[in-house]
Design a protein around this ligand. Structure first.
Ligand SMILES: C[S@@+](CC[C@H](N)C(=O)[O-])C[C@H]1O[C@@H](n2cnc3c(N)ncnc32)[C@H](O)[C@@H]1O
Length: 282
């Protein structure tokens, strides 16, 4: 059995047979794994994990040496990634049905671009198991810190890069845009290493149509290992054709115009607030 050392003591929810907790390990596991994620990893009978680096894997294995199992082998080269996701959900559900307190750990935030995490929760609940997800630190959280941008100033839209093109997603250019998974643009299949990205011209076309050819944008690769620096490269859209892109890259596109204030809404808001104040209800 795993080490049941429990830093939350009596206030911690009771361990039940066949329950699921999904946690995130953060992007830089050393420093970004939350204390509650650590506690659940230690406490679980089985920890199924999918992380991108050996330090994260080592951290999980040392927290629960007997229960930790990798999900990485669900990926098969040149097969659709959704096949792997189905395999991950099946393995999680099998542990629950065996009565294990099961912890599934995914890198970053486990609910951000991790469809098997959401699907495992949905199916576990449908089968009557207790299941919940705990938040983690995502790549976008790291991006806001490293690029020094605050989504509260201009707003921020997040899209998966392939979905952004294929589903004609529209953009408010007075707010920022974050494009995820640009390093696997156009691919639904799994590959080892980096992808050739022959369809990248479609993303470049769309970005140039929206922002013009000279708008500055930023390629971002958050530091994963302790002592390493994040990579931030300023580019224009056309550079996406020649820049080497790893699967970890995210693209940040700053706003290209100021917002268009709605003076009618502003005046109505002032009037409604004044009327409320005059009514004496404060
Ligand atoms: C399947 S998603 C997983 C996201 C992860 N769950 C999270 O919370 O950030 C993979 C995408 O996340 C982004 N990503 C992952 N690691 C990153 C890193 N070190 N730096 C920047 N973006 C990263 C990239 O856009 C990558 O294609």
């Amino acid at each position: 059995m795993a080490d049941r050392d429990d830093p939350f003591g009596a206030n911690d929810p009771p361990a039940r047979r066949g329950s699921l907790v999904i946690v995130g390990t953060g992007i830089r596991t050393v420093g970004q794994m939350t204390t509650e994620a650590v506690a659940w990893i230690k406490r679980a009978d089985t920890v199924l994990y999918l992380v991108g680096d050996p330090i994260a894997e080592g951290a999980i294995r040392s927290l629960n040496p007997e229960g930790a199992r990798s999900l990485a082998d669900t990926y098969v080269a040149d097969k659709d990634r959704t096949d792997a996701y189905g395999g991950m959900v099946d393995r999680i559900l099998a542990c629950l049905r065996a009565g294990d307190l099961t912890c599934a750990a995914f890198y970053g935030h486990p609910g951000v671009f991790v469809s098997p995490a959401h699907e495992a929760i949905r199916r576990a609940r449908a089968e009557g198991f207790e299941a919940r997800m705990l938040p983690g630190i995502s790549a976008e959280d790291c991006l806001f810190a490293d690029l020094g941008v605050d989504p509260g100033i201009h707003g921020c839209q997040s899209f998966e890069a392939t979905d952004f093109v294929l589903n004609r997603r529209s953009v408010d250019t007075s707010s920022a845009v974050v494009l995820w998974q640009i390093g696997i643009f156009g691919f639904a299949t799994h590959k080892q290493g980096s992808y050739a990205l022959p369809a990248m011209s479609l993303l470049v076309e769309k970005l140039e149509r929206i922002y013009g050819p000279a708008h500055a944008m930023y390629l971002y690769d958050a530091a994963v290992l302790p002592g390493c620096e994040s990579i931030i490269r300023q580019i224009v859209a056309a550079d996406l054709m020649s820049e080497p892109l790893s699967i970890a890259y995210t693209l940040y596109v700053p706003p290209s115009r100021v917002a268009d204030p709605d003076m009618d809404a502003y005046n109505r808001m002032v009037a409604l607030n004044a009327a409320y104040k005059e009514s004496g209800e404060e």
